[in-house]
Design a protein around this ligand. Structure first.
Ligand code: GP9
Ligand code: MN
Length: 655
């Protein structure tokens, strides 16, 4: 046994040196990306780890930073090298050193430009990354190659070592196996325990929704992120790939063809916006219950109320988003498809092709741009936008610092700066703006709490009202600016909300404030209500009372722009066609102008509730069967289109 000790200790020592070395390289990446590696120094971290095991101290502070998971991940990818004979182990470690250093460097360089990590979505879209205009060379610094200095040095040493030095005796295989397994177990604990703790404390959403690669990285570390990303890719595209059968594909195609035939309805509005610019603004968490509402004698949204009189105002519109939140709303408004039941289509299927609004307008000679003063990687936007047909994406780096309110620069500065950028666009143009200030939790700086509402509702509602009031003022400034810059008269200007406030559960102060009917149906009606304004130059203001949702925005606009005649694959309807309105929610409920079908959690018709909107009473659920059937059909067709990337296939065969 004694003879065995020496070779296994040398093997372990070299292994530990390897782990520390790669660990150091990860801290280098952390410094580059300005992310927290550890809240404490390494000694303090050890003390706390010791305390956690021995004195049952809280684990949470140890999770501040990615030190533990990072070391865990290094061990998990390399512990197997301890099983090997000495000579093989050295070679394996050297190869691993090279590969891991390469990943770290590639991510660092990518990060310098995109502030994001290289994900499977990025790799699959590498051809389209034309935005990397400046040569990649500019992003390198000669110091970066120091990351490989050890690889070179050890390769040289190894060559000499193999030639000159007699081979050490190897430890016996059983000992190598036992030591390796122990190391692996330690690695697994270091990696998985912090993640388990994070998920236990409410962090599961991060992995379900995948808001952005950097957010995942901040919990899993760099190698953890790549592991998760690979797993997600395999799960989505290989292991659990949802196959769309030939029959479903054909049925879906038939459905769209039938819809195109029935679609052509002539109205007074048709083509009224032909050739005009389109400026569409998606407002964060903006709900319709604040429009035209007074609180203690004060208008909450005076500017939008004024705009309403001069615009087509749709008063029965509902958001259709699910867990992809803001990205779901953008997606539905620009593709006229439903968002996915779980996760965001932006993240899960970023490369799909659709008959999207920017794409169609581009085909008709429009310049297109998206504006959002936040990190470009959030919701995968910088990957998705070029794919949807946006020529340009102005994200946080493209805006002057401006005044910070909430998550980023306040909407006033954001909207004004965006209007300035539009002046450089080629006419006619489509610009799509995503405002952000009125984001949960809606707390505003004191100087923007200008409504006198101390006695209203609860603090959540008060914060919300102050925040939407600020955004309304920003909209007022924006409209004035568009007028001054001569854009107002040449542009259709659209405003709509992305989703609810998050406080709209039954009987909350927000719901009570919003629900003037005071009944159960009223609660349902206000819960998902969002405003939709379309200001069309030369078209008189009108309030349109027809049930609809975000998927109807594009078909309505195409009607106004005189561009709806083609065989597009859209599920939504033209809100101006004078027909009965209907909106299907992603969770299975449906509202028409006459009935509201509230689905049950198990999505079975019989377990849902059917309301007659006029009498406000519940009626037999069978009355709502046609609504239920529509929801099942439309949601599954939409899912097929997204899962099977069907529009791309249809485009190919139609060409
Ligand atoms: C940030 C914004 C977040 O870019 O989209 O909004 P959310 O999806 O959390 O509503
Ligand atoms: Mn949002």
């Amino acid at each position: 046994m004694k003879q065995q000790l020496k070779p296994i200790s040398i093997s372990l020592l070299i292994y530990i040196a390897f782990v520390i070395l790669i660990g150091w390289k990860l801290t280098w990446f952390s410094n580059q990306s300005d992310t927290l590696f550890s809240q404490y120094g390494i000694i303090e971290m050890f003390k706390r780890l010791f305390n956690f095991f021995i004195n049952d101290a809280s684990f949470s502070p140890l999770r501040e930073g990615i030190l533990l998971v990072s070391f865990g991940a290094i061990i998990l990818v390399s512990f197997w090298t301890i099983f090997l004979k000495f000579r093989q182990q050295l070679i394996a470690l050297l190869v691993l050193d090279f590969v891991l250093s390469f990943i770290i460097l590639a991510d660092a360089i990518y990060f310098r430009y995109f502030e994001d990590l290289i994900s499977s979505a990025v790799l699959l879209q590498i051809k389209q990354m034309s935005s990397l205009g400046s040569s990649v060379g500019d992003l390198f610094s000669w110091k970066d190659f120091l990351l490989f200095a050890d690889v070179l040095l050890f390769t040289a040493l190894l060559i000499v070592f193999f030639k000159k030095v007699q081979l050490k005796k190897n430890a016996n295989p059983a000992l190598r196996l036992a030591t390796g397994l122990l190391a692996g177990a330690a690695g697994a604990w270091l990696f998985f325990y912090p993640l388990h703790d994070f998920v236990q404390k409410g962090g599961a959403y991060l992995f379900d929704k995948t808001l952005s690669s950097m957010r995942v990285y901040e919990v899993t570390g760099l190698f953890g992120f790549h592991g998760f990303d690979t797993y997600k890719y395999l799960d989505e595209y290989v292991l659990n790939k949802k196959e769309v059968s030939a029959k479903d594909r054909k049925d879906a195609k038939q459905w769209f063809d039938d819809k195109t035939k029935e679609k052509v309805v002539q109205t007074l509005y048709e083509g009224k916006a032909a050739g005009k610019n389109l400026i569409m603004v998606q407002l964060e968490a903006y709900q319709s219950f604040v429009i035209d509402k007074k609180v203690n004698g004060q208008e909450i949204t005076p500017n939008l109320n004024k705009l309403k009189k001069e615009s087509l105002y749709f008063n029965d519109i509902h958001h259709q988003t699910a867990s992809g939140r803001t990205s779901d709303a953008e997606f539905s408004a620009n593709t006229s498809l439903y968002p996915l039941a779980t996760g965001s289509a932006y993240v899960r299927f970023p490369r799909n092709e659709y008959d999207s609004l920017p794409y169609i307008l581009k085909e008709n000679g429009y310049d297109t741009a998206a504006f959002h003063a936040y990190k470009p990687g959030f919701w995968n936007r910088y990957i998705v936008y070029p794919n949807l047909g946006f020529n340009e994406f102005h994200s946080i780096e493209d805006f002057d610092e401006g005044e910070q309110v909430g998550w980023a620069i306040g909407d006033e500065s954001f909207l004004t700066q965006s209007a300035d950028k539009m002046k450089d666009m080629k006419d006619p143009f489509y610009s799509f703006l995503i405002a952000l200030t009125s984001h949960y939790p809606y707390t505003m700086p004191a100087k923007y709490q200008t409504l006198d509402i101390d006695d209203v509702g609860d603090v959540n509602l008060r914060n919300y009202l102050q925040s939407v009031h600020y955004v309304d003022q920003a909209i007022g400034t924006f409209i004035e600016k568009l007028k001054k810059d001569g854009l107002w008269e040449n542009s259709v200007v659209v405003f709509y909300g992305d989703h609810d406030t998050g406080y709209m559960q039954s009987k909350t102060p927000s719901t009570i404030f919003a629900n003037e009917e005071g009944d159960q149906l009223g609660e349902l009606e206000v819960k998902d209500g969002i405003p939709l304004f379309m200001h069309v130059p030369g078209v008189e203001g009108k309030e349109i009372d027809k049930a609809g949702g975000q998927i109807d925005i594009m078909p309505t606009l195409l009607h106004l722009f005189g561009l709806e005649k083609k065989n597009y694959h859209h599920i939504g309807n033209n809100l101006l066609d004078g027909k009965e309105g209907s909106v299907v929610f992603r969770y299975g409920s449906v509202k028409t102008d006459s009935y509201y079908y509230k689905s049950s959690y198990d999505l079975k018709l019989q377990n849902g509730t059917c309301y007659d909107i006029n009498t406000r009473q519940t009626v037999s659920v069978d009355t709502c069967k046609p609504l239920y059937d529509t929801s099942v059909e439309e949601l599954s067709i939409s899912d097929d289109v997204i899962f099977g990337n069907l529009v791309e296939q249809w485009h190919k065969t139609e060409k």
